[in-house]
Design a protein. Structure first.
Length: 157
């Protein structure tokens, strides 16, 4: 049994690394429409729209990563509002954000943005919060933990 402990530790570490390294997937308007549909989210979920050039986006992403570490049932889905590139994974990997990762694909960016949130006008950062019970809250700008927790219907820690 003692010989298996290092093996179990190594497997656990590799599993964590693999989860953190989820690939960036191009998103089209049909998939974007599904993401924005509150009925599709069965638990607390954050959809963070971000860009590599947006400093405030990175601030929100750090908050969401911290919240995810404290609340393992919290899903964080990221959508880069720029053309797909494998390099988009690096900032998310640095923050250790787990979850599905998307970037704009071949569809018109405006069509994808509208499909995710018809009320959104393109300002970043933009975040959608789903409470898992059909509730959806959209926020543009920097988000604090209290507002995020309230929108998700979870207790702030």
């Amino acid at each position: 049994m003692m010989r298996m402990i290092p093996v179990l530790i190594a497997v656990t570490m590799l599993a964590g690394t693999a989860a953190a390294a989820a690939p960036i997937v191009p998103i089209d308007r049909a998939a974007a429409r599904d993401l924005g549909d509150a009925r599709r989210h069965r638990g607390p979920t954050i959809i963070a729209l971000w860009s590599t050039e947006c400093l405030y986006c990175k601030r929100n992403l750090k908050l969401f990563a911290d919240m995810q570490r404290r609340s393992p049932n919290l899903r964080v889905i990221t959508v880069a509002t720029e053309p797909w590139s494998p390099a988009l994974a690096a900032p998310l990997d640095r923050l250790k954000i787990l979850g599905d990762r998307y970037a704009y694909g071949d569809d018109m960016p405006e069509a994808v943005a509208y499909a995710i949130d018809p009320q959104w006008r393109g300002a970043l950062p933009h975040t959608l919060f789903f409470d898992g019970r059909g509730g959806r809250t959209a926020m543009t700008g920097i988000v604090d933990e209290a507002a995020a927790s309230h929108a998700l219907g979870i207790a702030q820690r």
